[in-house]
Design a protein around this ligand. Structure first.
Ligand code: SAM
Length: 347
C-alpha cells in the first residue's frame, strides 16, 4: 500500500480521541481520517468517494456541500480541491462548527484566517478555532453563450469547467457535431452542462449528462433542465445504455487514464453508426487510441485544438479492416488537389 499524501498525513497526525465530536472528514485520501475517527467522509469527487468507500470509510457523502448539522471537529484536506471551491469549503466549515469547534485543514491560511480568530500552524496543518460569523459566498458567475444564433445563460461556479465562458475547444467541437432531433446524446464530463443545454434545446436530442464532480452535476441540472444528469465515473454508471452521439472535452491527465476509460466506454456504448466527438489539445495519443478502436477518424484542427470524430462500425467476422478516413481537412484538401493534378489513366 502506498503511503497517503503528506496533506492527509498532516491531518491524521492531528487526530486525537479527545477532540470535540461529532467529527467530519472532508476529502482526506481514501477517507483515512474518517477511518481513524469513525466519522462521515464527504468529497466533491465521485472517484474519491468510491475509493474511500472501498477503503472502509464508515459513511460516504458525494457532495460539494458539507452535510447539515453542528460539528465539533472538521478535518479538511484541500489538496485535490480547486482553490475557489476550497475557499468556499472553509467558509462552510466555519458555519457548521460548534462554538468550541475546531477546523484542522491544509487549506491556505488566506482562506482560513478571515473566518477564525485563532489560527495556528501545527506541522503542515492549520488548526483554527473560534469561528467568526460565516461570510457570504461571492456570487457565482452567470455568462451568456452565443451559439447557432441563440444565446444561452449559463450558471458557473468555482471549481467547475469552464468558469468564465464557453471554452474555445468546446465551441469548435459543438460546430463539428452533426445532430439530429431525438438522437440519444451523451455529454461525457458535462462540467456546467453547456453542451447538454445546446444538445437538448437547440438540437432536440435526448440528453444524458455525466460527471464525477458533485458541483458540476448540480450546475448541469440547473443549466440543462431537460437532460438526465447522472453521477458517473466515465460511463460506468450507464452500463447497458446506447447512444447515437457522445461528445467530450476530456480532462487532461498525463497518464491519459480518464481519457482511456472515456474512449473505451464510448466505443462500447455507442449504437452502431453512432459518433464519438472529442476535442483535445495534444492529439497524438488520442488519435492513435481512437483509430485503434474505431478503425478510423476525421480530424479538424483549429486554434491549437483538434476535434476527433469517429463513427462506430459494427465489426463483421471476416470483414476487411476499414481504410482510415482522411486525417485532417488540410490533408484531405491536399489529397484532393493531388488527385486532381494526377494525369488520368486511359482505359
Ligand atoms: C474539460 S471539462 C469539460 C466540461 C464541459 N463538457 C465543457 O466542455 O465545458 C472535463 C469534465 O470532465 C469531468 N471529469 C473528470 N474526470 C471524470 C470522470 N472520470 N468521469 C466523468 N467525468 C469526469 C470533470 O469534472 C470536468 O467537468
Amino acid at each position: 500500500m502506498t503511503a497517503p499524501p503528506r496533506s492527509t498525513q498532516a491531518l491524521v497526525s492531528r487526530f486525537s480521541a479527545g477532540l470535540p465530536r461529532p467529527m467530519l472528514d472532508v476529502a482526506s485520501h481514501l477517507g483515512a481520517v474518517a477511518h481513524a475517527a469513525g466519522c462521515t467522509f464527504v468529497d466533491n469527487d465521485l472517484t474519491a468517494c468510491t475509493a474511500a468507500r472501498a477503503a472502509g470509510a464508515p459513511a460516504v457523502v458525494h457532495s460539494d456541500v458539507l452535510p447539515e448539522g453542528v460539528f465539533g471537529t472538521i478535518f479538511f484536506d484541500a489538496r485535490t480541491y480547486d482553490p475557489g471551491l476550497a475557499a468556499e469549503t472553509v467558509m462552510q466549515a466555519a458555519a457548521r462548527l460548534a462554538p468550541d469547534g475546531v477546523l484542522i485543514t491544509t487549506a491556505r491560511r488566506a482562506d482560513v484566517a478571515p473566518f477564525f480568530s485563532d489560527v495556528t500552524a501545527e506541522g503542515e496543518a492549520l488548526v483554527a478555532r473560534a469561528a467568526a460569523a460565516a461570510g457570504d459566498v461571492p456570487p457565482w458567475p452567470v455568462y451568456d453563450v452565443a451559439f447557432g444564433g441563440q444565446v444561452y445563460q449559463i450558471q458557473s461556479a468555482p471549481g467547475v469547467f469552464s468558469p468564465r465562458g464557453l471554452d474555445e475547444g468546446t465551441r469548435l467541437m459543438l460546430g463539428q457535431i452533426q445532430p439530429r432531433a431525438g438522437a440519444r446524446f451523451l455529454d461525457l464530463g458535462c462540467g456546467t452542462g453547456v453542451v447538454s443545454r445546446i444538445a437538448s434545446d437547440a438540437w432536440g436530442c435526448e440528453v444524458t449528462a455525466v460527471d464525477v464532480s458533485a458541483r458540476a452535476l448540480r450546475l448541469a441540472a440547473g443549466n440543462a433542465p431537460a437532460a438526465r444528469v447522472v453521477a458517473s465515473d466515465g460511463l460506468a454508471a450507464l452500463s447497458g445504455g446506447r447512444f447515437d452521439i457522445i461528445a467530450s472535452n476530456p480532462p487532461y491527465h498525463t497518464d491519459f487514464g480518464v481519457a482511456r476509460t472515456f474512449i473505451e466506454g464510448a466505443h462500447r456504448q455507442l449504437a452502431s453508426g453512432g459518433t464519438l466527438y472529442l476535442v483535445v489539445k495534444r492529439a497524438d495519443w488520442y488519435v492513435r487510441k481512437v483509430r485503434d478502436l474505431f478503425g478510423g477518424c476525421r480530424l479538424t484542427e483549429e486554434q491549437g485544438y483538434t476535434v476527433i470524430a469517429a463513427e462506430k462500425r459494427e465489426s463483421r467476422p471476416g470483414a476487411a479492416t476499414p481504410a482510415p478516413a482522411p486525417t485532417t481537412r488540410k490533408h484531405a484538401k491536399r489529397q484532393a488537389a493531388a488527385t486532381a493534378a494526377r494525369p488520368k489513366r486511359r482505359k
